[in-house]
Design a protein around this ligand. Structure first.
Ligand code: ZN
Length: 85
């Protein structure tokens, strides 16, 4: 299943190491679900990622994820192929 939340991301840049990375909404939801420790590139990356976990409401991400799964099953049932841009 294509996940809608894999296609929506927040671009983050770390002022300490200069690294940049994209955090998808599914990354956030997965982290919220599992409360896994994200592997930061440096000690400054982690707080930035942690802030996303607090800023993006899990309840709404879960709702979008559930709604998307239902919609995706309907797309498959009707053999409709969708693309992302
Ligand atoms: Zn960094």
């Amino acid at each position: 299943m294509e996940r809608l939340l894999d296609h929506v991301f927040v671009s983050r840049r770390c002022n300490a190491c200069g690294g940049s990375y994209d955090v998808t909404l599914f990354d956030v939801l997965r982290a919220q679900r599992l409360e896994e420790e994200w592997n930061p590139r440096c000690k400054e990356c982690a707080p930035q990622f942690d802030s996303l976990l607090r800023q993006l409401p899990r309840e709404q991400l879960e709702a979008v994820s559930r709604a998307w799964e239902v919609l995706w099953r309907e797309l498959e049932r009707h053999e409709v192929t969708v693309a992302f841009r």
